[in-house]
Design a protein around this ligand. Structure first.
Ligand SMILES: Cc1ncc(COP(=O)(O)O)c(C=O)c1O
Length: 358
């Protein structure tokens, strides 16, 4: 077949009619989006859910869903003449901002909660040349500080957290892809919730598609928070959020009201899952399905499993769990959840012995 020279379309071009993109918006891309929707055959059978899928957002260029929104936020920042961008982060936003900022030639500043960032994410930001500042406090404090810095006039800098509306605009594309791949909207969209931007963006995306008559129904939005960091479940901020799922270790979500609206308008729910439930889902995804996601991502499947076992999900439902980030980002959690490497010596016989075959 002759080469066309067209290549893959860009995400923002594919969904341009739904995005704040004009001819004045610079073209920026690292190849984000177009992530796989995979049916969970073995786990689906175990749970009695034949139509259970995961969306592998770890396939994005920096390994998380953040790239969908970052490409739009950084493009618009350049269009508006920005020279510098700033964010607070539990890790993935910083990795994404650092990469897109580097590609656009911008100064990048990221504030992280000290000692609470998965190693891979920290390295991503540093390798991309971002200035990384650790604050003595949690994500909520870091976000408060970057908001203040972005308001100052002496050093103009664009905030690229999900309170920047362009981020959520870009993240809507995840919902579009789910519908395009399924040929319809799912019945249930399950998603981990931290700062609550992504659940809000997905809901907006599903509504856009229904409004444009591309789909005829809307999913119920099922958000899952870690039990030690579940302000939306408790109904009040959590001062000291705690969970092994560091990406969603957030006590006072910026998009609180939007997430509650997504839950209520869709007839959905926001519930909590324990760290043990998250880790069980994390391990099973890898061992039964070959999918290596980060712990926070597994909260979506952990929640669905909990509801299914309690008989709270109709078996025929088409369910999509968003797996928000790549497992390689958090090698420490992975290390703590695997057995030892077997010693194989230097002979076939020693390897056979190590395998217990002799
Ligand atoms: C891997 C991962 N999953 C889920 C979330 C939660 O997304 P949101 O903060 O938009 O609720 C984050 C946020 O940083 C994340 O990095």
């Amino acid at each position: 077949m002759p080469a066309t020279g067209i290549g893959r379309p860009r995400l923002v071009e594919r969904y341009r009619r739904f995005l704040p993109i004009s001819d004045a918006t610079p073209s920026l891309s690292l190849g984000e989006g177009f992530t796989s929707l995979v049916r969970l055959g073995r786990l689906g059978r175990q749970l009695g859910l034949p139509n259970l899928y995961v969306k592998l957002e770890g396939q994005n260029p920096t390994g998380s869903f953040k790239d969908r929104g970052m490409v739009v936020a950084v493009s618009k920042a350049i269009e508006d003449g920005a020279r510098a961008i700033i964010c607070a982060s539990t890790g993935n936003t910083s990795a994404s901002a650092a990469a897109y900022g580097a590609a656009a030639g911008l100064e990048v500043v990221v504030l992280l909660p000290k000692g609470q960032i998965a190693l891979g994410k920290l390295l991503q930001a540093l390798v991309a040349g971002a200035r990384v500042i650790a604050v003595d406090g949690n994500f909520d404090l870091a976000l408060r500080i970057v908001r203040e810095l972005a308001d100052r006039r002496d050093h103009p800098i664009t905030l690229v957290n999900s309170i920047n509306p362009y981020r959520l605009e870009g993240q809507k594309t995840g919902a579009f892809e789910v519908c395009d791949d399924l040929g319809r909207a799912p019945d249930i969209l399950a998603i981990p919730v931290g700062n609550a931007g992504n659940i809000s963006a997905y809901w907006a995306g599903f509504r856009d598609y229904q409004g444009a008559r591309i789909t005829s129904s809307l999913p119920r939005m099922f958000g899952f928070q870690a039990a030690g960091a579940a302000p939306l479940v408790l109904g009040h901020p959590v001062e000291r959020p705690e969970t092994i799922a560091t990406a969603i270790r957030i006590g006072n979500p910026a998009s609180w009201h939007k997430a509650i609206a997504a839950r209520d308008e869709s007839g959905g729910l926001i519930e909590a899952v324990t760290d043990d439930e998250i880790l069980a889902a994390y391990r099973d995804l890898a061992r039964l399905e070959g999918v290596f996601c980060e712990p926070s991502s597994a909260a979506s499947l952990a929640g669905i499993r909990k509801l299914a076992l309690a008989g709270r999900i109709e078996p025929e439902a088409t369910i999509v769990c968003v797996l928000t980030g790549n497992g390689l980002k958090d090698p420490h959690t992975a290390e703590r959840n695997v057995g030892p490497i077997l010693e194989g010596g230097s002979t076939t016989a020693a390897v056979v012995a190590a395998l217990g075959w002799s």
